[in-house]
Ligand binder design. Structure first.
Ligand SMILES: Cc1ncc(COP(=O)(O)O)c(C=O)c1O
Length: 463
């Protein structure tokens, strides 16, 4: 791309910046922001340099087919769900799936049945989906055609995809794994096994989340020959027809980087040394680190790259912890929840970064003490589905006071973080338990969100 840019070729084509690198004080990479000109292949029908990058991804992820994604895992999830289902199909969905999965259900006119993960009592987060839960969901829904699971979760909790897939395949149910947070799994034995290697039919993984790549870059991977064409057809619908060459070259650079085994070995050494130092912490808990033994959680497996730093029961909130990390120590977390902050580490984190973090945690830890814990358990019961999410589309509702919404059909999602599962989803009937859960969670400081943004005061529902 750089060579072409210097070749003197005049661009009577898109993009409109005409590769003028001096525009806007030279802050944008315009010289290499090319388009599908001669010699630069076409993402939607790759047979040249883009195919080479795809082949590299296929080799590294050990899969039959890898599609480059430039619209994030979101585009991959929408495409995969549509490619793997027919309108009206029954789909088994882990209740802690990302909103892109819920949006896919709505767009593809699917009929969801949910599998609710258990909650880990110490950290308040979702545990793995177990093979027994998957089996019972399949048996209760013999017409289901697809099972969708998030593994790893945001916090790094991994499910037994191998066993779950075996059970699903016995009943002719396909398995799609949202592995958005697991793009680094193939590059060290210290990480859990990848979903497709464990038998999943399709997985989607965000390179940009846990590997050195540009935001929005991701991969859609499969070993199933018969799914390649439907996946490609749907990517042509959900992905832009003008894929960014800057993004695609970032994918190439990232994949080349990941072949550097030494970089990952050194990263694991940094994580292990951080783990040792965490043992000094007396009050703050870090999931799977220091004095917190991962074996005490009912997880099938766990990704050590995630640091879930909990201040549950210490009299400070996750927001206060994040504010201190940010304001006093200049450390910016990935996500802030009511009683924990989530920090993402990657192969690009430095020893200095880890030192700064442990020093900050040591200071905050020394100022905390254990207080009484009063956190109401989340009610994991899924409300009755009255309308499929797609039947809610276009329905006119009204914002209704929370306490007046009982027995009405919700036209939005309401969820609490933690554990990040909807208390009520679009098309479900609001119950007294839902209203109580929203009130109790809000009162105890758990963050409750809704699609339309007015919860906890009002909820958008059919009146
Ligand atoms: C579990 C999970 N799946 C999918 C996505 C969507 O990924 P992307 O941002 O790459 O579109 C996210 C984003 O945060 C996520 O956390």
């Amino acid at each position: 791309m750089k060579k072409y840019s210097k070749s003197g070729a005049y661009p009577f084509h898109m993009p409109g910046h005409k590769r003028n690198a001096l525009l806007y004080d030279g802050t944008m990479p315009y010289e290499i922001d090319l388009t599908e000109i001669d010699g630069f292949d076409n993402l939607h029908n790759a047979d040249g340099c883009i195919l080479e990058v795809q082949s590299l991804a296929e080799r590294l992820y050990n899969v039959r087919k890898a599609f480059l994604l430039v619209n994030g895992s979101t585009g991959g999830i929408l495409s995969a769900v549509r490619a793997m289902t027919n309108r009206g199909d029954k789909v088994l969905v882990a209740r802690n799936c990302h909103k892109s999965v819920y949006n896919a259900l709505e767009l593809c006119g699917l009929n969801p049945a949910y599998i609710v993960p258990n909650i880990d009592n110490n950290f308040g987060i979702n545990t793995s989906i177990t093979p027994e839960q998957a089996e019972s969901a399949i048996k209760n829904n013999p017409d289901a055609t697809l099972l969708i699971i998030t593994s790893p979760t945001y916090e790094g909790v991994v499910s037994d995809i191998e066993e779950i897939t075996k059970i699903a395949h016995l009943h002719n149910v396909r398995v799609l794994v949202d592995e958005a947070h697991g793009a680094h799994f193939p590059f060290s034995k210290a990480f859990p096994n990848e979903a497709v290697q464990s038998g999943a039919d399709v997985a989607v993984t965000s390179l940009h989340k846990t590997l050195p790549s540009l935001t929005q870059t991701a991969l859609l991977i499969t070993n199933k020959e018969e799914l390649i064409e439907p996946l490609a057809e749907n990517l042509a619908i959900f992905e832009t027809s003008s894929p960014s060459y800057v993004f695609m070259s970032a994918i190439e650079k990232c994949l080349e980087y990941c072949q550097n085994q030494k970089a990952f070995e050194e990263y694991i050494i940094r994580l292990n040394s951080f783990n040792e130092k965490c043992k000094e912490l007396k009050n703050i808990k870090i999931l799977g680190y220091g004095n917190d033994n991962i074996k005490n959680h009912s997880f099938f497996d766990f990704d050590i790259s995630k640091l879930t730093v909990s201040v549950r029961g210490l009299g400070i909130s996750g927001t206060q912890l994040a504010d201190r990390l940010r304001n006093e120590f200049n450390l910016e977390p990935e996500m802030v929840c009511s009683d924990y902050v989530l920090l993402i580490t990657t192969v690009c984190d430095t020893q200095d970064g880890f030192e700064r973090l442990i020093n900050a945690l040591r200071i905050i830890d020394s100022e905390c003490s254990v207080k009484e814990l009063n956190i109401p358990p989340i009610n994991p019961k899924v409300p009755r589905l009255a309308l499929n999410p797609s039947e809610c589309y276009g329905r006119v509702g009204a914002f209704t006071k929370l306490e007046n919404s009982i027995n009405k059909i919700s036209l939005e999602y309401v969820w609490a973080y933690p554990p990040g599962i909807p208390i009520v989803a679009k098309g479900e009937v609001i119950t007294k338990e839902v209203v109580n859960a929203v009130k109790e969670q809000t009162e105890s400081g758990i963050s409750v969100y809704s699609t339309k943004g007015r919860v906890p005061e009002e909820i958008y529902c059919i009146i």
